[in-house]
Design a protein around this ligand. Structure first.
Ligand SMILES: NC(=O)c1ccc[n+]([C@@H]2O[C@H](COP(=O)([O-])OP(=O)(O)OC[C@H]3O[C@@H](n4cnc5c(N)ncnc54)[C@H](O)[C@@H]3O)[C@@H](O)[C@H]2O)c1
Length: 420
């Protein structure tokens, strides 16, 4: 295989295209957003990720990576790697329109013998359905005239280029030969273990992984609610519980965001004829955390006799995770939505995303409360005693457990930190 097309150049597709290009393949990145295509072809990444700019420059200047919005440029490739988004609709059912449109674009232009890989996270049975769609459009026979695989991505933003190489990977083929061909292709840069299975097992595995994490976080959040009742610091309790050799409790916080964890449990449940409650309850608990954070804030207002309708609140962080500019499903935004009609003013500051204030100081000047919503490194080890001088009322709410010792002179509350 020499010629690869990567469809969708976002957080997953762009790094994947770069890895294949730098491993010596000729890669055409097909992306519907023309601004993204322009930026990539000029050697500038449109997403923030360590090492991405050097690696992208290398891929583009070697001539091995070119982005395009013209679907005709992905005709007759040896392999197609689909990395488009698979979000939820308003009603929490999957929106597979991006995936279907990408599969149609590929089906109309692939050749006999092409490999089609779906890296996007998809509901169980989707890869088999997409293979049927290609059969209908092209009259090719899946497994004979073309090969098709689900190869889920497990990388974590912030560590993508390391994890692309060292994570273990699963290749779920619609036939064993499909899995083998995909495994061989990815071995050009993957040094982690590789496993071959069916496409439906692979889809379920990916969704189980993120559902496990979501349910674990929901349990940690419920432990945090209980810890408030007993005046216990849940982080101390979790650290001690995790010294048990078979216990691994995740951490509670203001909520679960990003493009994956809040959506993947819904994808797992969607095609099932019935579901059994636990996974949905966990989702509800995690979705309720911005409201729990609001309760902490409003109980602080009450303690200090601050009328909420006169309060100015500074929200520190808009991204869903630390040192990232990704705001998809961010609990910081859900928190702002939850309070904005009940207070006088909400300001936000995020060093990666922007926000209504240009600096931390501007956000805090005259504010009645600061709420830490994202664990950016820039928010750790701040001199709160100095920053407090800018504020009208010194309330500090830690939604991410980044403050070790409550600063002097503040009314401090943290999720799971004992006091309610
Ligand atoms: N972001 C992560 O950390 C992560 C981790 C593991 C798995 N995933 C999964 O990978 C998939 C992609 O996620 P992402 O974060 O990279 O999404 P993204 O939104 O960053 O990127 C998707 C890109 O595809 C483009 N696109 C959409 N439809 C297209 C089409 N028909 N043709 C060409 N381009 C098209 C979009 O314009 C966008 O640039 C999702 O299914 C996600 O669940 C993401």
């Amino acid at each position: 295989m020499k010629e690869i097309a990567v469809i969708g150049l976002g957080y997953i597709g762009l790094p994947t295209a770069i890895m294949f290009a730098n491993a010596g393949f000729r890669v055409t990145g097909y992306e519907i957003r023309e601004d993204v295509v322009r930026s990539i072809n000029s050697g500038k990444a449109h997403i923030i990720e360590p090492e991405i700019d050097e690696l992208l420059k290398k891929a583009v200047s070697s001539g091995n990576l070119r982005a395009t919005s013209d679907p005709e440029e992905i005709r007759n490739k040896d392999a197609y790697i689909i990395c488009v988004q698979t979000p939820l609709k308003e009603d929490k059912t999957p929106d597979l329109s991006y995936l279907e449109s990408a599969v149609r674009t590929v089906a109309e232009r692939m050749k006999k013998g092409s490999l089609v890989v779906i890296e996007s996270t998809v509901p169980p049975l989707t890869t088999v359905k997409m293979a049927k769609l290609i059969e209908e459009i092209r009259g090719f026979k899946a497994g004979e005239d073309f090969y098709m695989v689900h190869a889920p991505e497990r990388v974590m933003p912030g560590r993508i280029f390391k994890e692309l190489v060292y994570n273990s990977r699963i290749f779920g083929g619609i036939t064993p030969e499909s899995s083998e061909i995909a495994e061989k292709l990815y071995r050009s840069f993957v040094k982690g273990q590789t496993f071959k299975t069916s496409s439906t097992v692979s889809e379920v595995v990916k969704l189980m992984e993120n559902t496990f994490r979501d349910v674990n976080i929901a349990l940690a959040n419920e432990f945090a609610f209980l810890a408030h009742q007993y005046g216990v610091n849940v982080f101390e309790a979790i650290e001690l519980a995790n010294t048990h050799p078979r216990v691994n409790i995740h951490l509670p916080g203001i909520g679960v965001g990003g493009h994956c964890l809040p959506k993947d449990p819904h994808l797992l449940l969607w095609p099932a004829k019935e579901d059994f409650g636990l996974i949905r309850t966990a989702r509800e608990i995690n979705d309720s955390m911005p409201l729990f954070t609001k309760d902490l804030l409003f109980s602080a207002f009450k303690q200090l006799n601050v009328p909420p309708e006169e309060a100015v609140v500074a929200v520190l962080g808009l991204a869903y995770k630390g040192n990232s500019d990704d705001t998809r499903n961010s609990p910081a935004i859900a928190f702002i939505d939850a309070i904005k009609d009940d207070v006088r003013e909400v300001r936000s500051y995020d060093p990666f995303v922007g926000g209504s204030a240009e600096s931390l100081e501007e956000a805090l000047r005259g504010a009645d409360a600061a709420v830490i919503a994202t664990d950016h490194t820039a928010f750790k080890n701040l001199n709160w005693e100095e920053l407090g001088k800018l504020m009208r009322t010194k309330i500090l709410i830690d939604g991410r457990h980044i403050i070790d010792k409550p600063p002097r002179g503040f009314l401090f509350k943290g999720i799971g930190r004992g006091e309610y």
